[in-house]
Write a protein that binds this ligand. Structure first.
Ligand code: GLY
Length: 331
C-alpha cells in the first residue's frame, strides 16, 4: 500500500508541437495533487486539487477555456467519488462556476448525488461558492473557434469514426510519430486541430489510509446541443472509486462510455484478478470493439498500482507513486 496519484488531460489527437504543453499541464497538476497526499491529505482532497489545477489551465477543455455549445455557452460537467464511503458528487450544465469539481465536492458532502444547471448554481450559492459571469469561463480562443463555426476539422463532428481507432495502447510508448494533426470526422472531445487545446481532465488517487478517490471535469463536446450530458458527471461512466477495487477516470466520446458504464466495468474487473494495466487495457478494448468508441482511461488499483490505456493517438497523462521523485508524464 502506498500513496499514488494519476491525472489525464484528455484522449485524442494532440499535434506533435503541443505534446510538451499537454504533458507539462498534467505534470503540474500531478504535483499539486501529490503535495496534498504527502501532507497527509485525503485522496478526495488530492483529486479535487489536481483537477482544479487542470480546470484553471485554459489549455484544457474543463473550467476556464472549455469548449462552447452550439449557441455559444460554456456548459460544464464534473464529478468525483470517495471510494471509502462510496459517496458521489456531480454537477452538469453549470455556466457560472469557475471550478465545477469544487461544486461537485460540495454536492458529495450533501444528501444529493447529481445536480443540474440553475439548480446546481443555486446550490453553489447556498454552499458559499461564488458564481462568476458566464463569459469569464470563455477564453478568446474558444470564442473565436465558436465564431468560426467549429468547421471542418475542428471540434464539431460527434459521429463515431471507427476507421480512426488505433490499437489499444497500454505501454509507455509515445503515439506514432506520424500523428501531427486532427483527423476529419473524429469525435469532438478527441480532436484538437487548433493545437492550443487539450481535452477532458481527470484524476485518481490513493492516500495513506488506503482510501481511493476518482474524478473528472469537462466542457463536453464542442458545439454540443445545449443540455447534452456526457459521461463525465455520471458515476460509473466518467469516474468510479471503491476502496475495495480501485479508481478510474475516463476521457473520450462520452456517449459510448455511458452505454458501457466503462469506468465501473474497469474498476470491477480488478476484482477478477486483472492487474491495473490489464483492467485498463481490457476496458478500452471493449470500448472499441463493443461500442466503436474512442477514448482512454486512467486507473489505480487499491494498492496504488498504475494502469492506463487509450485507443486514440494520444492521451496526456502524468502519475507519481511513492519512491518517484517527480511525476512520469506522457501522451
Ligand atoms: N468525455 C467528455 C464528454 O463526452 O462529455
Amino acid at each position: 500500500m502506498g500513496l499514488a496519484l494519476i491525472v489525464h488531460g484528455g484522449a485524442g489527437d494532440i499535434p506533435l508541437e503541443r505534446y510538451a504543453a499537454a504533458r507539462a499541464g498534467c505534470q503540474a497538476a500531478a504535483v499539486v495533487g501529490w503535495r496534498v497526499l504527502v501532507a497527509g491529505g485525503s485522496a478526495l482532497d488530492a483529486v479535487q486539487a489536481a483537477i482544479m489545477a487542470l480546470e484553471d489551465n485554459p489549455s484544457y477543455n474543463a473550467g476556464t477555456g472549455a469548449v462552447l455549445t452550439e449557441d455559444g455557452h460554456a456548459q460544464l460537467d464534473a464529478g468525483l467519488m470517495d471510494g471509502a464511503a462510496l459517496d458521489v458528487g456531480a454537477v452538469t450544465g453549470v455556466e457560472r462556476v469557475k471550478n465545477p469539481i469544487a461544486l461537485a465536492r460540495a454536492v458529495l458532502a450533501s444528501p444529493h448525488v447529481l445536480l443540474a444547471g440553475p439548480g446546481a448554481e443555486l446550490f453553489a450559492q447556498r454552499a458559499g461558492i461564488a458564481l462568476c459571469a458566464p463569459e469569464a469561463l470563455v477564453t478568446p480562443a474558444q470564442r473565436a473557434r465558436w465564431r468560426r463555426g467549429y468547421q471542418a476539422g475542428d471540434d464539431v463532428n460527434v459521429e463515431s469514426a471507427p476507421e480512426r481507432l488505433v490499437a489499444v495502447t497500454d505501454t509507455h510508448e509515445p503515439p506514432p510519430a506520424s500523428r501531427n494533426g486532427a483527423l476529419p470526422g473524429a469525435p469532438a472531445d478527441l480532436v484538437h486541430l487548433d493545437g492550443d487545446q487539450h481535452g477532458t481532465v481527470g484524476a485518481v488517487a490513493v492516500d495513506a489510509h488506503g482510501h481511493v478517490a476518482a474524478g473528472a471535469s469537462t466542457g463536453g463536446i464542442a458545439a454540443k446541443h445545449p443540455g447534452r450530458v456526457g459521461d463525465t458527471p455520471l458515476v460509473g461512466a466518467g469516474f468510479y472509486a471503491d476502496d475495495e477495487l480501485g479508481g478510474v477516470s475516463s476521457t473520450g466520446h462520452g456517449e459510448d462510455f455511458i452505454r458501457l458504464l466503462l469506468a465501473h466495468r474497469a474498476a470491477a474487473s480488478l476484482a477478477t484478478g486483472h492487474s491495473a494495466q490489464a483492467a485498463a487495457s481490457a476496458a478500452i478494448r471493449l470500448l472499441g470493439e463493443r461500442a466503436g468508441g474512442h477514448g482512454g482511461l486512467i486507473l489505480l488499483d487499491r494498492a496504488g498500482r498504475v494502469g492506463y490505456a487509450r485507443n486514440t493517438p494520444a492521451m496526456a497523462h502524468a502519475f507519481i507513486v511513492e519512491g518517484m521523485g517527480t511525476p512520469f508524464d506522457g501522451v
